[in-house]
Design a protein. Structure first.
Length: 218
């Protein structure tokens, strides 16, 4: 059992290392997304740099990393393996050894873990994030809200469930990792210096990127 749990963690970390943002950025003409915008590989930086479609693709791929890692972990070692796979996928995304430990902030990969725990919880978290972004236009605030809510809602949804403590512990770890990843955003929010999402600008960036892709691949 122990070796299966260790294997689930290793596989999860390796899944997390898959550089979705970097690979998708290259596909849309950016050699290294980390040299643009905020410098990380996550969905928000891809959104600001390349627009809607690349960011959606990054979101889906990063989410799948977490979810597939959970499925493999569950196959290996049940609930404990699933949670280890998901948490280590987040760690691999945030601190990828193959990218010099410069990754993203783990929100999309955490969503994969949330889906594995409860698809309904994942849907609720995603809706809350979309609403928060639409109202505030701060992606960081939306991410912080859903991160803090994750262990709280997990506590309600998983109460009475076998291995409740494991589920709650994994949710708390994911929340702490998300808060740590957003520490610079929190500081900017407190100083009133955090950048809002400019949907018009993002749309214009999207049009330019897609036009460039059409010229490149007529």
């Amino acid at each position: 059992m122990v070796w299966k749990c260790i294997l689930a963690a290793i596989i999860g970390y390796l899944f997390g290392n898959i550089p979705s943002g970097v690979l998708i950025g290259r596909g849309f003409g950016i050699a290294d997304i980390r040299k643009h915008g905020s410098g990380n590989t996550g969905t928000t930086n891809v959104l600001r740099t390349l627009g809607w479609l690349p960011s959606v693709l990054t979101l889906v791929c990063d989410c799948l990393k977490g979810y597939v890692a959970c499925l493999v972990g569950q196959w290996l070692a049940g609930d404990l393996g699933m949670l280890l796979g998901g948490v280590f996928a987040i760690l691999g995304h945030d601190f990828p050894v193959f990218l010099g430990f410069r990754g993203g902030k783990g929100i999309a990969t955490s969503l994969g873990l949330v889906i594995a725990i409860s698809p309904w919880l994942a849907l609720a978290e995603l809706l809350v994030q979309i609403i928060a972004v639409a109202i505030t236009r701060y992606m960081s605030i939306a991410s912080l809200i859903t991160s803090v809510a994750f262990p709280i809602v997990t506590g309600f949804i998983c109460r009475g469930r076998e291995n409740f403590g494991l589920f709650l512990g994994a949710a708390c770890i994911a929340a702490v990792l998300a808060l740590y990843g957003h520490r610079s955003n929190i500081q900017r929010l407190l100083r009133g210096e955090e950048n809002r999402l400019d949907f018009h600008k993002i749309t214009e960036v999207s049009k330019k990127v897609m036009a460039k892709m059409k010229r490149k691949n007529p």
